[in-house]
Design a protein around this ligand. Structure first.
Ligand code: ATP
Length: 437
């Protein structure tokens, strides 16, 4: 499929099937904000759950955190965001459109109205959303909506160290909303002003920084391919010396082949001891580790894998979108890994006859405590299969008239289209086996 068409199909599918809606649509939409619908919220939760499973649950050296979104100006002063978290903003004097100067293909020509040399001088525009806490809107009451989750981990470093009995190398992981007043949001949910991040700060002895950076680059690439992302749509791009932030001893981006070209999915950086030292200096608190065994005191280096949950969900949708043919008929299939699919199974009585409904509902109730399961009894079975294929449901469970005799149902596999008959009593075990891994 031509690539611009692919993006259009994915956006259409998201709207039509309830993954992602433009926000405030009944009022004409609201500036590149989006709402996650019944299927989108399931998939977004699955993306975050898969990340949490890999980063926290399956390890003994990473713990979780959920820090406040409304945050103190002193955090952002110390982190450097107040001074430096800016993008260069230019206006076209002819059409008044605004652009990020560093994203212009041709800095002499307006991409909107084609005017030549119409741009104003670039102004540094701070991307943080500012608000006021309490009723008085003055400088003493300023707060910021966090533009990243990372700082929550740095300012809680000592709290976590003292309460979790962890010692370097160990990490703190957090998922949640971040806000950036992006100059040019766009490409659907690739760049929005409100989005979700999944970030982990991994604190290590300074001498081990380079080695852990490599480790996390490998581990993070593997996370995407383990969840079914085709390896040829993914690459790790190391920043060269000019692109590196001043505090970074190494940065690499996990990039995905979006329909418009390669772009960032996740950034992995060796942030050295920059953040802990900055917060220690600004707060006067000691943010360091004392190793009793060696008698050594040091400020750990930090390796940070920082991913976007909403951007990642979109990348998985793009990678999974397929059109093929079954029995001469076109079908759309989301070939999502079962961990990411909104529903793991759908229970479909062969016809909407009263005789089948009680057994079909019984099967539904049997599965619901274990997984998100859809139930659909309207229209022909072929159309219902296609509806489930289109939203990526790995297994359809069909209840037919024979079920009433033999207490068995048919499991249909989304990808191979194989159908096997399984006793209702064995269904949970059978699905558990198929949905493991
Ligand atoms: P970009 O260069 O695309 O602006 P960034 O390098 O500033 O991104 P980071 O600060 O490293 O991004 O944030 C980590 C991750 O958070 C990104 O890789 C991306 O997945 C996600 N992210 C950042 N900004 C946005 C946004 N405006 N909308 C959606 N996701 C975002």
């Amino acid at each position: 499929m031509p690539e611009p068409e692919l993006m259009e199909q994915v956006v259409n599918l998201c709207k039509r099937r309830g993954f992602v809606f433009p926000s405030a649509e009944i009022y004409g939409g609201f500036r590149s904000t989006y709402d996650y619908g019944p299927l989108g919220i399931l998939m977004l939760r699955n993306v975050k759950e898969a990340w949490w499973r890999a980063m926290v649950q399956c390890r003994d050296d990473v713990v979780g955190l959920d820090a406040a979104i409304l945050s103190a100006p002193r955090i952002w002063e110390a982190s450097g965001h107040l001074a430096n978290f800016t993008d260069p903003l230019v206006d076209c004097r002819k059409c008044n459109e605004r652009f990020r100067e560093d994203q212009l293909e041709d800095p002499t020509t307006c991409p909107n109205c084609a005017a030549k040399d119409s741009f104003t001088e670039a102004r540094q525009f701070n991307l943080m959303f500012k608000t006021f806490v309490g009723p008085v809107e003055d400088d003493a009451n300023v707060a910021y909506l966090r533009p990243e989750t990372a700082q929550g981990m740095f300012v809680n470093f000592a709290n976590v160290l003292n309460t979790s009995r962890k010692k370097p190398p160990f990490g703190i992981a957090q998922m949640g909303k971040s806000f950036r007043n992006e100059i040019t949001p766009g490409n659907f949910v690739f760049r929005t002003r409100e989005f979700e991040q999944m970030e982990m700060e991994f604190f290590v002895p300074p001498a081990e920084g380079a080695q852990w950076f490599e480790y996390w680059c490998d581990a993070r690439m593997r996370w995407y391919t383990d969840l079914g992302m085709p390896a040829d749509k993914l690459r790790l791009r190391h920043h060269d010396a000019e692109e590196l932030s001043h505090y970074s001893a190494g940065t690499a981006d996990v990039e995905f082949m979006y329909p418009w070209g390669w772009g960032e999915l996740e950034g992995i950086a060796n942030r050295t001891d920059f953040d802990l030292k900055a917060h220690a200096a600004a707060s006067g608190e000691k943010l360091e580790y004392f190793d009793q065994a060696s008698g050594e005191r040091y400020v750990p280096y930090v390796i940070e894998p920082a991913a976007g949950a909403t951007r990642t969900m979109m990348a998985f949708l793009i990678a999974a979108y397929t059109e093929d043919e079954v029995g001469g008929e076109a079908r759309t299939v989301l070939r999502l890994h079962h961990r990411l699919a909104p529903f793991k199974a759908a229970v479909l009585p062969l016809s909407k006859k009263d005789t089948l409904t009680p057994t079909a509902r019984e099967v539904l109730s049997l599965l619901q405590p274990h997984w998100m399961v859809d139930y659909d009894e309207t229209q022909s079975i072929g159309r219902r299969y296609r509806r489930q294929d289109e939203i990526g449901t790995p297994f359809c469970i069909t209840v037919d008239f024979e079920t009433l005799e033999d207490r068995a149902v048919t499991i249909r596999d989304r990808d191979s289209l194989d159908q096997v008959r399984v006793p209702i009593d064995a269904l949970v075990d059978e699905l558990r086996t198929r949905l493991s891994g």
